[in-house]
Design a binder for this molecule. Structure first.
Ligand SMILES: Cc1ncc(C[n+]2csc(CCOP(=O)(O)OP(=O)(O)O)c2C)c(N)n1
Ligand SMILES: [Mg+2]
Length: 744
């Protein structure tokens, strides 16, 4: 039996099953009659669902055949899961959907909801990685559609659950804030996944967060659909585990439906959907499915599973059951079913051959076009647009309290004022995270915002970074502007996939049809005097450096922080971008630069018509050419102090460049400064390996300035210890002076 193609066997099984059927022929039911006695499904609905199932099946069969001919590039199929078409039928095309990769049936059915759409051609273009693929423009085989509100998912299982929950919560948030919603305000969110995936930490955190929300009587209208086929690639889910695990969860309402039998399952699917829509409670639909034709085209099950088992699975094929229903009910004859089957097969192959003739992505520019859109003029115009005076007066509590009328202040205050300004300017802005509301954050950076803007816009989340970033994506999906906070940089890492794999990839994988703009505030970097140890002084931004499309800004002083926040919020508004605003904790309260009491690190609040330009550095002593120091964050005041000492000792005039924008690095600006100066110092408070300093050196070297005297002052490749020893692992003022000496 080795080498036998199970796809062919399923194909033949279906035809033989229909041909050999010998039941009694019934009178044909009227379209509105139940398809079988007691079924919630009428004959017309059954007929359409059956057709959706067949479309899904033939797309799978087509993919298996054409993969071998290099015309199709993906063979994970939906066979055995076609019953998920019922979920599509029971919901609306405006109910946002985040789908499992076995959603061929769901998609074919949802395509019916809008006139003039063709599930077969659209899917074929996606299978063929055609540039005309309406879902992703040829970037991935995803289930996605802008008009049908199907947001494309990545292949990381379970990663979509937090944002699906976020989207459900956002529907309610937007409604309560009277913000325009892109979907009807009684929409629910559909989120499907497999039984093995239900165990994933990212899934579990979403279930927990959904329950946590409902427990407080807050709406979270998400329909979790667990498509239980009993297996994940080759690992069986313990029999009964999904039911056992989910039947009794608090505040997660459990429903079961037989996804292998349309006549039996549809009523249960309807009940689950109706419950979710009416109660606005998180609902768990346990949908029985099976998996035939293996995990993917490359999975030769016959090599690791017994033939008896495979045959048993194939005998449970839901299409056999649908054919039986069609015959038993008298709705279709054997000939009609076989004709329909062949007709859909023909259409799928014809579409695939046509898709193969359509253009593919052929240039790097084409591939990257949707990744990181940037329209500088619009961004600048919007970032410098002054919010209404009344809104500002209200936010700050009086005209005389407008921040630009106050004396110079430190970084934490200026970030706080800038957040007030942003929330006044954009009523769709939400600020949330751990401890950000009443307490105003661990460092009081968000103090007063809760009072000024209320609990609907400024709120504490549960303690889970994955949920925080999932919520942010959900709010963004529903047209709000989220400003989530991650309390400490070290705590981003357990949730970073929500940025790396999800938020930053949405524009890419949807060909920029969907956007989830946000500004993620993260407190981080080292140098807190005598406080915290590693996890409160994490100095590595490396994990953020290579995330495609992400912008990372890191201000070292209050005025830059305020102007940078305006730019980041506008990048989100105008270009849909995801950004990180990295706040150097140790500089929050810093007031002095050279001497205690000199107040030289205080800055005036920039007028509301001032903003930074993405990528633009701040240059201190631009005319100096003896030496340039490239730095950011805590390195800026350190380098300014060192510059003074270097001038005293070596007589060099030193230019200090605060990069401000860490991702992407402005290679052209770095090259220009390096070209204009005789010697080069890099002060990077991050780690020795893979940090910002390496990027700066690359920019310098690639521009041909690698021959100049150059020294890097950088942290060690270690975790940060507690107390005074922390300063052994990160650059100090003296280290910069020593590096200058070495250059002399
Ligand atoms: C986070 C993550 N880990 C591993 C994988 C590889 N992988 C892809 S599908 C899969 C099994 C999923 O099984 P299940 O959730 O039951 O879905 P099914 O394929 O059975 O429908 C695994 C391990 C992945 N895509 N993502
Ligand atoms: Mg499974």
């Amino acid at each position: 039996m080795r080498g036998v193609n199970r796809a062919e066997i399923c194909d033949v099984n279906f035809q033989e099953f229909v041909r050999s059927w010998s039941g009694r022929v019934q009178p044909r039911p009227a379209p509105q009659e139940p398809i079988l006695d007691g079924s919630a499904l009428d004959a017309r609905s059954f007929r359409e669902l059956f057709e959706s199932q067949l479309i899904s099946r033939h797309l799978d069969l087509m993919a298996r055949v054409l993969r071998v001919q290099n015309k199709v590039f993906y063979t994970i199929g939906s066979s055995g899961h076609e019953g998920n078409a019922m979920v599509a039928r029971a919901t609306r095309h405006t109910d946002p959907a985040f789908l499992h990769y076995r959603s061929g049936g769901f998609m074919a059915e949802r395509f019916r909801k809008l006139p003039g759409m063709d599930p077969i051609m659209d899917s074929a273009l996606s299978f063929a990685a055609s540039a005309e693929d309406p879902a992703s423009g040829g970037r991935h085989k995803v289930w996605g559609s802008k008009p049908l509100w199907v947001l494309p998912q990545t292949s990381t299982i379970a990663s979509h659950l937090p944002k699906a929950l976020g989207t459900a919560i956002a529907i309610e948030t937007a409604r309560r804030l009277n913000q325009p919603l892109p979907v009807p305000d009684d929409s629910i969110v559909i989120c499907s996944f497999g039984d093995a995936s239900a165990n994933h930490a990212t899934a579990q955190t979403a279930f927990n967060a959904a329950s946590w929300t409902a427990y407080q009587k807050l709406p979270a209208p998400v329909l979790f659909v667990c498509e239980d086929n009993g297996i994940g690639i080759s690992v069986k889910t313990p029999a009964g585990w999904i039911g056992e695990s989910f039947r009794h969860r608090p505040d997660l309402d459990y429903f079961y439906a037989d996804g292998l039998d349309l006549a039996a399952g549809y009523g249960d699917v309807l009940r689950a959907v109706e419950h979710c829509r009416r109660t606005r409670r998180p609902t768990f639909l346990h949908l029985r499915t099976t998996r035939i034709m293996g995990h993917a085209g490359t999975d030769f099950e016959i090599e690791w599973r017994s033939l008896e088992e495979l045959c048993a699975v194939e005998a449970s094929d839901p299409l056999l059951r649908s054919a039986a229903i069609a015959l038993e009910s008298g709705l279709m004859t054997q000939e009609e079913i076989l004709a329909l089957y062949e007709d859909i097969r023909r259409k799928c192959f014809a579409a695939a051959e046509e898709a193969d003739r359509r253009p593919r992505l052929t240039t790097l520019a084409q591939v990257m076009a949707p990744l990181a859109p940037y329209t500088p003029d619009e961004v600048q115009a919007e970032a410098t647009r002054v919010p209404a005076l009344e809104a500002r007066i209200k936010a700050f509590g009086g005209e005389d309290r407008l921040p630009e009328r106050q004396p110079p202040r430190h970084l934490a205050i200026q970030i706080n004022q800038a957040l007030h300004d942003l929330m006044a300017k954009y009523p769709e802005t939400l600020l949330f995270g751990e401890d950000v509301a009443q307490k105003g954050g661990v460092y009081t950076v968000t103090k007063g915002l809760y009072k000024a803007f209320g609990s609907k816009r400024v709120f504490n989340t549960l303690l889970d970074e994955t949920t925080i970033l999932g919520l942010a994506q959900g709010f963004a999906n529903m047209g709000l502007l989220p400003i989530p906070e991650i309390q400490y940089l070290a705590y981003l890492h357990n949730a970073i996939d929500q940025l790396r794999g999800e938020a930053c990839s949405l524009q890419f994988f949807s060909n920029d049809q969907f956007r989830n703009p946000m500004v993620v505030r993260i407190a981080g970097l080292g140098y807190q005097r005598g406080f915290g140890g590693h996890f409160h002084n994490d100095n590595s931004v490396t994990a953020l450096r290579d995330i495609p499309g992400l912008v990372v800004g890191c201000p070292s002083r209050g005025d830059d922080a305020a102007m940078m926040l305006r730019t980041l919020a506008t990048l989100a508004k105008v270009d849909g971008r995801v950004s990180v605003f990295l706040e150097p904790i140790a500089l929050y309260m810093t007031k002095d630069l050279y001497e205690p009491g000199d107040g030289q690190w205080l800055t005036a609040y920039p007028a509301p018509d001032q903003a930074l330009v993405l990528g633009e550095e701040r240059v201190y002593d631009a005319d100096a050419t003896d030496c340039v120091i490239f730095t950011f964050g805590n390195g800026v005041p350190m380098s300014l102090r060192a510059a003074r000492e270097i001038q005293k000792k070596h007589g060099w005039k030193v230019r200090v460049v605060d990069l401000r924008w860490l991702v992407p690095l402005n290679h052209a600006a770095i090259a220009r400064h390096a070209g204009e100066c005789e010697r080069i110092l890099i002060v990077d408070e991050g780690r020795f390996s893979a940090g910002i300093g390496e990027g700066v050196i690359t920019a310098i070297t690639e521009a041909g300035h690698g021959g100049k005297p150059l020294k890097r002052v950088v942290g060690a490749d270690t975790y940060t210890p507690l107390a005074g020893a922390a300063f052994l692992v990160i650059p100090k003022d003296e280290d910069i002076l020593a590096a200058a000496d070495a250059l002399a």
